[in-house]
Design a protein around this ligand. Sequence first.
Ligand SMILES: Nc1nc2c(ncn2[C@@H]2O[C@H](COP(=O)(O)OP(=O)(O)OP(=O)(O)O)[C@@H](O)[C@H]2O)c(=O)[nH]1
Ligand SMILES: [Mg+2]
Length: 365
Amino acid sequence: ASQFPSRRRVEPITTHTGPANQSQHSSSSSSSSIMAESVIPEMPPTMCLEKPSIEFSYVGIDAILEQMRRKAMKQGFELNIMVVGQSGLGKSTLMNTLFKSKVSRKSFPGTAEEKIPKTIEIKSISHDIEEKGVRMKLTVIDTPGFGDQINNENCWQPIMKFINDQYEQYLQEEINIDRKKRIPDSRVHCCIYFIPPTGHCLRPLDVEFMRRLSKVVNIVPVIAKADTLTLEERDFFKKKIREELRANGIDVYPQKEFDEDAEDRMINEKIREMIPFAVVGSDQEYQVNGRRLLGRKTKWGTIEVENIAHCEFAYLRDLLIRTHMQNIKDITSSIHYEMYRVRRLNENNTQANGLGEHHPACREI
Ligand SMILES: Nc1nc2c(ncn2[C@@H]2O[C@H](COP(=O)(O)OP(=O)(O)OP(=O)(O)O)[C@@H](O)[C@H]2O)c(=O)[nH]1
Ligand SMILES: [Mg+2]
C-alpha cells in the first residue's frame, strides 16, 4: 500500500492541471488506467493558473524524501576508514573494536581470542552491516605502523600514495566512456590518526604527517591508549593538541571552512572542542554486572570501551557512523577528490604525450 505514496499525493494536482496534460498522457502512453482516472471536467489550462484552490495547492515535493530513502535503501552505503599511526599504538585493535562494537556486534561472527599480530602491509577489511533494512559496507584500511626507523623522514609517503591511488582508480572509472552506472568507491573517506599518549605535546612527526595528510583526506586525530593517562593528564593533553593543531595550521575534520550553516557550525563546534578523542581499544568481551561488553581487564577493574564515562571511543564511532558519515563522504568527494581530479585533468591537458609514471597529482604537497 505504501509503494506509491507520492503518486497518490499528487493526484489532485494531476486532475486539476487539466486536459492539456491529460490528453498528452493518454495519446503518448495510451494507458487505460490513466484514462480511467481522468474524471476531470474539461477546462482551459489558464483557469488553473488563475484560481489555484487551497486544497489543491499541495504539490507533494516532500515525497522526494521517500523516493530518496527507498533508492538509498536499495543501494546501501559504503564507508572507508583508514587507521594510521606509529607502530604499537593499537590501530589494529581499534579497527577490531569498531567492527565488534555496537556497529556490528550482532552480525560479527566473533573470532577466537588470539593476539593481533604486527601489521606489515596495508590491508583492507570489509564488513557488511545491516540494521533496520539499511545496508552498509564498512571497510577499515589497516596500515603498518611507522616511526620505528632511525630516519622517519618520508614515512608518510606510502599512506599518501595509497590515498592517491584510490582517487586515481575512481578517476579512471569516471572518465571511462563505458563507465559503470555506480563506480566502486575505494576512496579513503576518513583517516584516523593515532597520537601516542605522551601527555606532553605533538611530536614533529605527528605534525608533519597530519599537515600533509589533512590536505588530501579527512583527518580525525585520536589519543591512543587513553587508559594510560589520568583524567587531568587527558584533558591537558587534549587542550594542548588542539592548540598545536591550530598553531601549525592543521585543519582536521570537521573543518571550519566547510560548515554549511549556523546549525552545522553549532554541532561541529562541539566536536571541535572535543577533538582529539581519547580512545581505548579492545576486541575482548567481558562479563560486567551481567552484561557482556568490550573492555580491557586490569588488576584494578575493567575499562569499558563503549562507556563514555571511561573513554571517548563511542563519540568517535558515533561521529563516523551515526552523525557525520554522509558529510565525511561529501567532503571527500567534493573537496579532496575534486582537488585531485582538477589537478590530474589539468595535467592531462598540458601533457600531450599522456601520463608518465610520476604525474604531479601524485607528487607530495
Ligand atoms: N593499554 C592499552 N593497550 C592497547 C590499547 N589498544 C591496543 N593495545 C595493546 O597494544 C598492543 C599493540 O596493539 P596493535 O593493535 O597491534 O597495535 P598497532 O598499532 O596495530 O601496531 P602495528 O601493527 O605494529 O602498527 C597490543 O598488545 C594491544 O592489546 C589500548 O587502548 N590501551
Ligand atoms: Mg597493526
